[in-house]
Unconditional design. Structure first.
Ligand code: LMR
Length: 397
């Protein structure tokens, strides 16, 4: 059966890490995979996570299966975090959460759920996170692309995006990034989110809000604006949530699929389909990361510590944005990279052709994801000049 199987190319994002690790150059720079890094280039375990993990291990009495919707306490804690404790969506019982193996598991389950209920297509703004396409098409959905970002203006092309959205109807799903758009760093404004909510209410399409960087833009409340607005205004919303970045739980594969329905009975009915689809796939999610998140969010002191650490991480990434933009100015790149200081989250797109990207890697040891996506966490005081010099060199006429 497998005699003629050919080797596949490495993953466009995860494969870059291996290339970087194998590069012997001491001044190499990793701007690839989306993980947080501190000034030393390491991805630390958050203090709140380490403390919660110790508590979880100390309290643990069994490794028997968890309930099908995940670690006890995880779902309600995540719902409170996303919607806020005073949310009318929550008090009406309209939201239901299922723990998933990371944000990827949530997306796959969301795609399968929409497919199982007769979705005609899923529409993505271009560009999007490269893994959205294989993940959601593997869930059986027909994918359509519409424009999202204007690479010349380094900004959202809202008119073009709206023109694409205006064609959607009740059987269509629209994928949106809740905050910290991956790969562009260019988010919809609150006014633009309001416009999309109005269009969804009139046209009946289902928004699927991918929320993988909650807390990395402004703060946990402001970053949940899209989710809260859609849930207040629309009868149905799907949300995929990742705890990889904001809890630093990458390898613990901790995420959630959340459904908001018109009423509590409907939310429970749809949740039962989500857990049934999961049962056919991976059965139940891994418990450890979910237990850590539940422990943090059920303890006021741990929650305060975690919020503080998350806010520090977000501030550092914003600081790196300003550092890169300022250094580019100092190198005479008049406004060429100034847009980076205005964007949000870990990523922005550098205006580079494929040849220039290759030159950045081969000649200068700067590792950037295809299409020009950089992870701002990889920028620091020690390497920013090398990065800007390389950019200037690679883009010189
Ligand atoms: C990224 O975009 O780099 C991260 O979400 C990691 C991944 O799985 O691609």
């Amino acid at each position: 059966m497998f005699a003629d199987t050919k080797l596949l190319p490495p993953d466009p994002i995860l494969g870059l890490t291996k290339l970087f690790q194998d590069d012997p150059r001491p001044d190499k720079i990793d701007l690839g995979v989306g993980v947080y890094r501190d000034i030393n280039g390491t991805t630390p375990i958050m203090k709140a996570v380490a403390q919660a993990e110790a508590n979880v291990t100390a309290k643990q009495t069994t490794k028997a299966y968890t309930p099908t919707d995940g670690a006890p306490g995880f779902g309600p804690a995540i719902l409170d975090l996303i919607f806020g404790k005073d949310s009318e969506t929550l008090s009406a019982g309209r939201a239901a959460a299922v723990q998933t193996p990371g944000g990827c598991g949530a997306l796959r389950l969301a795609g399968e759920l929409a497919n199982s209920q007769g979705a005609a297509s899923l529409t993505l703004g271009e560009p999007t996170w490269p893994n959205h396409v294989p993940l959601l098409s593997a869930a059986g959905l027909k994918l359509n692309s519409i424009p999202y970002y204007d690479r010349d203006a380094n900004a959202v092309d809202f008119e073009a995006f709206k023109a694409g959205v205006s064609k959607l109807g009740p059987k269509d799903v629209l994928l949106l990034h809740g905050c910290c758009h991956n790969p562009t760093g260019a988010d919809l404004s609150t006014e633009q989110i309001d416009e999309i909510a109005t269009m969804a209410a009139a046209q009946g399409f289902l928004p699927l809000v991918d929320t993988a960087y909650h807390g990395f833009s402004k703060d946990l409340d402001a970053d949940a604006y899209m989710v809260r607005k859609f849930s207040a205004d629309l009868p149905e919303v799907l949300i995929t949530y990742s705890c990889s970045k904001n809890f630093g739980l990458y390898r613990e594969r901790t995420g959630a699929l959340i459904y908001v329905g018109p009423n509590a009975d409907n939310a429970l009915a749809v949740k039962s389909h989500a857990t049934s689809l999961a049962r056919r796939n991976y059965s139940i999610p891994p418990a450890h990361g979910g237990a850590i998140v539940a422990e943090i969010l059920s303890d006021a002191a741990l929650t305060a510590l975690w919020r503080e650490e998350l806010s520090e991480m977000a501030k550092r990434v914003q600081g790196n944005r300003r550092l890169l933009a300022r250094t580019a100015e100092n190198f005479g790149l008049h406004n060429q990279l100034s847009f980076i200081a205005e964007q949000a989250g870990m990523f922005s797109l550098l205006p580079l052709t494929d040849d220039q990207l290759r030159a950045m890697r081969d000649e200068h040891g700067v590792y950037i994801v295809g299409g020009g996506r950089i992870n701002l966490c990889g920028v620091n005081e020690n390497n920013v000049e090398h990065l800007v010099r390389s950019f200037k060199n690679a883009t010189a006429p």
